[in-house]
Design a protein around this ligand. Structure first.
Ligand code: MG
Length: 163
């Protein structure tokens, strides 16, 4: 049984620095889109997120877009902005998409981290594969079902104690 506490919790992706990733032994990031890089109703990330993505690339961090979004167009267009590989409809927390992403980056799962805003998809799936899990505060708090989602996530919105 996995208790899906994330390894780290950040206010936003821009708080994840190259030094922080070095500390965690991370060489590749699997990125969630909706609520993480941008609001679900927004066609592209804002300037802060774009500069963070460029900083990651410049620092030699390998990037992969791992989205549960049904739209290949949306996922592809985000991946196009970064120039990285991607998969949509990934069925997180299923392990398959996570493991394929790591393989495609040429990294073992323990050198990868998932960056996402949801406990039961991003964090749970990452933990199941032995990845680090970096949770950010969601950008999707405007959604009508957000209070419900927050409520069911409440028990696990704390950092893991032991690795
Ligand atoms: Mg999300």
């Amino acid at each position: 049984m996995i208790f899906p506490f994330p390894h780290e919790i950040y206010e936003s992706v821009s708080d994840i620095t190259p030094r922080e990733l070095e500390r965690l032994g991370i060489e590749g990031l699997l990125l969630d889109i909706d609520g993480t890089l941008a609001r679900t109703d927004t066609p592209r990330p804002d300037d802060n997120v774009m500069s963070w993505l460029r900083l990651m690339e410049k620092s030699g961090i390998k990037l992969y877009i791992l989205s549960n979004n049904k739209s290949p167009e949306r996922t592809k267009s985000y991946a196009g902005l970064i120039g990285c590989r991607w998969s949509h409809r990934s069925r997180k927390p299923s392990k398959k998409g996570f493991l394929e992403a790591a393989q495609s980056l040429g990294l073992p799962p323990e050198r990868c981290a998932i960056v996402g805003d949801q406990i039961y998809t991003d964090v749970l799936g990452g933990l199941r594969c032995g990845m680090k899990t970096l949770m950010v505060q969601t950008l999707d708090s405007y959604l009508w079902y957000f209070p419900l989602r927050r409520l069911v996530e409440l028990p696990f919105r704390y950092r893991r104690k032991n690795g």
